[in-house]
Design a protein around this ligand. Structure first.
Ligand code: FAD
Ligand code: NAD
Length: 464
C-alpha cells in the first residue's frame, strides 16, 4: 500500500456504490491509475452469497465467506478511498452522491456530499415483502450475514423452548415447524440445509424433540425452482419428499402473524399454518435510493423493476452513471454470475477510458513538441483502437443449487444443449465450483476447513 500513487486532482473521480458481487468484480478488475476511486458501502466486506444458506445451521462459519473490501483495494495502483457508509441520494443532474456513516459511535455523523465524474451504481436489491408488515416483524430474510445469524439464533430458540420441561404438545409442534416461503433457489437451499441439520445433528443432541421437526416450503407457483429444467424440478421435489420436506405449491402466503402464516391454496381456500421459525425468500425489490433515483428521470427510466441501461451498462438519461447487478432491469436474472460479469466488463471499459486519457495526453505532448508525423499517426491509430467498444455480452455458465443430503442440482450449458444433473456428483461439482470462485486463498482454506470440521465433529449447537 505504501507504493500506491496518491489521489490526483487532475484525474476524474470514479465513485463506486456497493461492495457486493457487481462492485467487487469491478474493483478487482479495474486499473485505478487514471482515476481517483471512492468506494461507498454500508458493508465493509464482500459476502459470498451462494454459501450463505450454509451459515444458517453452522455448516460454515460466518467469517469464512466474507472478505474485506480493503483486501482488494489495498493492492491497487492508485489509492482507493473506502468509506463504510450508506449512500442516501444520487443527484444525476449535479453529479453528486450524498452518504452517511451509519455506525459512527459518537452519533455525530452528518451527511457528506461528493461530486463524481463517473458513478458505478451497484447497490443490489432488498427483500420483497409485498407490503405484508408481519414479514419484517416476525420473519427472517436470507440475504445478509446478519440474517443467517438471526435464523440460527431463532432456530435454536425454537428447539430449546420445545425441549424445555413440560411443554404442551401443540406448542412443541408449532415451535418445531419451520416454514420457508418462496420456492426459488434461496428457499430450496435453506430447506436443504435445515434438513441436514436435523438428520446429522439434532437427532443426536435433542433426541426428545428432533423427530417433531417439520419443514414446509410454500410456493405460489405450480412448482419450485421455476428457472431450472423440468427434470431437475422433479428431481428436487422427489428428493424433498424423501427427506420429508413438505412442499406446498400453488399456495400463496397472504399474511404473516406472530405465530402463524395465512395462506390461500389452489382452491382459493384460506387457512392458517402455525410456525416456530419463518424464513421469507420471495425474491427482490428495488431499494429506496434506487426508487428515488428512478423518480428523478421519469422520461428515460420507465421500469419499476430497476435501472434501465444500454448495451454498455450506461444508465439511460444519467450522464456518467453505470449500473450493474440486481439493481438493474435487464433481460438477465438477478444473479451473482450476471453481476460479476457486468462488473468485469465495466472494469475493462474503464480500462479503455484510462488508456484513452493517457494517449490523448501523449498526443497533446507530441503535437506541442511538433514531433514527427509517423509517431503522431501511430498514437492516433492506437487512440482509434481503444475508442472502439463492444457491447456487454453475458455468458451463462450454468445454474447450481444445493438441495440437502449431500445432493445438488446442476443445469449446465453444454455445446448447444443443456446438461441437467442431480445427486452426489453434482454436489461435488457444486463444492468445487464454489471453492474455485471464492476470491481468496484464505476464504477457500476457511471454507474447506469448516466442511472438514463438520464432517469430523458435526455442527455446534451451543450459543455464541
Ligand atoms: P449485492 O451483492 O447484493 O451487493 C449490493 C451491495 O450494495 C452490498 O455491498 C450492499 O451493502 C451495498 N449497498 C446497499 N445499499 C447501499 C447504499 N445505499 N449505498 C451504497 N451501497 C449500498 N447468484 C448466483 O449466481 N449463484 C448463486 O448460487 C447464488 N446464491 C445466492 C444465495 C443467496 C442466499 C442469495 C440471497 C443470493 C444468491 N445469488 C446467487 C444471487 C446473488 O447473490 C445476487 O444476484 C448478487 O449478490 C447481486 O450482486 P449485486 O452486486 O448486484 O448486489
Ligand atoms: P426468486 O425470485 O427466485 O424466487 C422467489 C419465489 O417465491 C418465486 O418462485 C415466487 O413464486 C415465490 N413467491 C413469491 N411470493 C410468494 C408468496 N406470497 N407465497 C408463496 N410464494 C411466493 O427468489 P430467490 O430464491 O431469493 O432468488 C433471487 C435471485 O437470486 C434469483 O435470480 C436466483 O436465481 C438467485 N439465486 C440463485 C441461487 C443459485 O443459483 N443457487 C441461490 C439463491 C438465489
Amino acid at each position: 500500500p505504501g507504493d500506491q500513487l496518491p489521489s490526483d486532482p487532475s484525474k476524474p473521480t470514479l465513485v463506486v456504490l456497493g461492495s457486493g458481487w457487481g462492485a467487487t468484480s469491478f474493483l478487482k478488475n479495474l486499473d485505478t491509475e487514471e482515476f481517483n476511486v471512492v468506494v461507498v458501502s454500508p458493508r465493509n466486506y464482500f459476502l459470498f452469497s451462494p454459501l450463505l444458506p450454509s451459515v444458517t445451521v453452522g455448516t460454515l462459519e460466518p467469517r469464512s465467506i466474507i472478505q474485506p473490501t480493503r483486501f482488494i483495494t489495498r493492492h491497487k495502483k492508485r489509492k482507493v478511498s473506502v468509506y463504510e457508509a450508506e449512500a442516501r441520494e444520487v443527484d444525476p443532474i449535479k453529479k453528486t452522491v450524498t452518504f452517511r456513516d451509519q455506525t459512527d459511535i459518537r452519533g455525530e455523523a452528518g451527511s457528506v456530499t461528493i461530486p463524481y465524474d463517473y458513478l458505478v451504481y451497484a447497490v443490489g436489491c432488498e427483500n420483497q415483502t409485498f407490503g405484508i408488515e408481519g414479514v419484517t416483524k416476525y420473519g427472517c430474510f436470507l440475504k445478509e450475514l446478519s440474517d443467517a445469524d438471526k435464523i440460527r439464533t431463532r432456530l435454536m430458540d425454537c428447539i430449546e423452548t420445545a425441549a424445555f420441561k413440560d411443554q404442551p404438545d401443540e406448542e412443541v409442534d408449532r415451535l418445531m415447524h419451520m416454514v420457508v416461503v418462496g420456492g426459488g433457489p434461496t428457499g430450496v437451499e435453506y430447506a436443504g440445509e435445515l434438513h441436514d441439520f436435523l438428520i446429522d445433528d439434532l437427532r443426536k443432541w435433542y433426541p426428545e424433540v428432533a423427530d417433531r421437526l417439520r419443514i414446509t416450503l410454500i410456493e405460489a407457483l405450480p412448482n419450485v425452482l421455476p428457472a431450472f429444467s423440468k427434470q431437475l424440478i422433479q428431481y428436487t421435489e422427489s428428493q424433498f419428499k424423501e427427506n420429508r420436506i413438505d412442499v406446498l405449491t400453488r399456495t400463496m402466503v397472504k399474511d404473516v402473524k406472530e405465530r402463524s402464516v395465512v395462506v390461500q391454496d389452489a382452491n382459493k381456500e384460506i387457512r392458517e399454518i402455525p410456525y416456530g421459525l419463518l424464513v421469507w425468500a420471495t425474491g427482490n425489490t428495488s431499494r429506496q435510493i434506487t426508487k428515488n433515483l428512478l423518480a428523478k428521470l421519469p422520461e428515460t427510466q420507465t421500469q419499476k423493476r430497476g435501472i434501465v441501461v444500454d448495451d454498455y451498462l450506461s444508465m439511460l438519461g444519467a450522464e456518467g452513471v453505470y449500473a450493474i447487478g440486481d439493481c438493474t432491469a435487464t433481460q438477465y436474472a438477478p444473479t451473482a454470475q450476471v453481476a460479476s460479469q457486468q462488473g468485469a466488463f465495466l472494469a475493462q471499459m474503464f480500462g479503455k477510458l484510462g488508456q484513452k486519457a493517457k494517449l490523448q495526453r501523449q498526443l497533446a505532448d507530441l503535437r506541442a513538441s511538433s514531433s514527427d508525423p509517423v509517431e503522431l499517426e501511430a498514437v492516433v491509430k492506437k487512440l482509434n483502437r481503444v475508442a472502439k467498444l463492444t457491447p456487454f455480452h453475458y455468458s451463462h455458465q450454468g445454474s447450481l443449487a444445493y438441495i440437502g443430503s449431500e445432493k445438488a442440482i446442476a443445469d449446465l450449458p453444454f455445446f448447444n444443449g443443456n446438461v441437467a444433473s442431480g445427486g452426489g456428483a453434482a454436489m461435488l461439482f457444486w463444492r468445487s465450483a464454489y471453492i474455485s470462485t471464492l476470491y481468496s486463498v484464505r476464504n477457500r482454506t476457511l471454507v474447506m476447513t469448516d466442511w472438514l470440521k463438520v464432517k469430523l465433529f458435526g455442527r455446534d449447537v451451543s450459543r455464541e
